[in-house]
Design a protein around this ligand. Sequence first.
Ligand code: EPZ
Length: 423
Amino acid sequence: MSIWHVTGGRPLRGRIRVQGSKNAVLPVIAASLLCPNETELTNCPHLSDVDAAVDILRYLGCQARQEDVLSIDTRSPSRCDIPKELMHRMRSSVIFLGPMLARFGEAEVSVPGGCELGKRPIDLHLYALRQLGAEITEQENAISCRATGLRGAEISLALPSVGATENAMIAACAAEGSTVIYNAAREPEIETLQEYLRTLGAEIHGAGSPVIRVTGFSPRSAAGLRVPPDRIAAATYLCCAVCAGGEIRLTDAEPRHLTPVLEALHKMGCAVSAGPGEIHIAAHGRPHAPGAVVTRPYPGFPTDASPLLMAANLRTAGTVMFIENIFESRFRHACEMQKLGADIILRPPMALLSGVETLHGARMFSPDLRGGAALVAAALGAEGESIIADLGHIARGYDGMDRCLRELGAEVWMENLLPDEPV
Ligand code: EPZ
């Protein structure tokens, strides 16, 4: 258990470099299984989700080591199953299914299960792999896949699922013939995966559009990639600056990945400017309500940034309607924010926020990765000290968030309690 101590009332000043993207690097780590190769990933963030993905590779018999660079060697895997304890450590572990099927012709994994955000079904992943010729049996707790040979297919996703698109792209690289993925997810992380698969020798086009075509694969023995900036981490620090007030600059950021978030911050009255690889924000005085915040698949407003923008609006002048279209349990942080004095009416998938003049420090519990980060952000704008108990959620997706906030002048420190220590 980590305990975050946050004392509000101090404006943020300065600049920080945005970490590498969690959601870009995880599918790339899985895709490194596709063929025997040595992969080097630079700018890879130090996160517990990355540790979990690396541990899966090691369990499969591969070599992997993260120092400044994440070095992976997938030339000699020795097994093709992933046990429950590894599958459940990281929500998106299902992304290993396609690469294992493509490399080994078989895969045995435990059902990944739901998470704090909701059921997190994988029916679209299994549909895509079956289209490519996989025979998949689903038992209560395990999924068994076999494929004597994957063959190219047309895959029409009922929803633009990020993970299902990624599994389909990776498996299709090893399929005989051509594959077309319709209604593909368009997130920037899909483009990063395409870039990596090309370094492995894949013929793949269309990432970032709704139609992705994969025509074949001639394995190369060495691959590499620089992990792009994490757009949700960037949104997080921008919203922290709004909560605390002040002026910060983000370097190694990618403004074009954050258009809906930057538009909302601009509507709130923040001075937001973006240059090549940089985003600058100045937030002084009380923000204005930005209008409704409706989450949608990319390029719509990202669901992962919704908790952060809610934190940034707790003291806004006016009301903000949040509508969540992606995950059924996205608003768990709202009840915790009410402990600070926030005025939020919850009617999922809607939440109606009315800005208040002041917030006061409180003891809160982090409900999930982005909700936990949003509570830290909200506490920066509250009077006095807040305490946030976190069961490791924040470390899954943020590389040194406490250190980054201290570099910007925030009064934030963490303590790690032993499992049986009282909060
Ligand atoms: C990815 O999750 C991200 N995770 C999530 O970020 C992000 O919130 C999400 O995409 C949406 O952008 C990673 O990339 C590791 P989906 P993913 O499949 O792939 C439904 C974070 O905080 N669905 O696009 O699991 C699903 O229930 C995390 O960094 C099915 O119905 O998301 C959801 O309603 C949280 N069947 C919707 O699609 C399926 O087979 C979008 O899910 C798969 C998904």
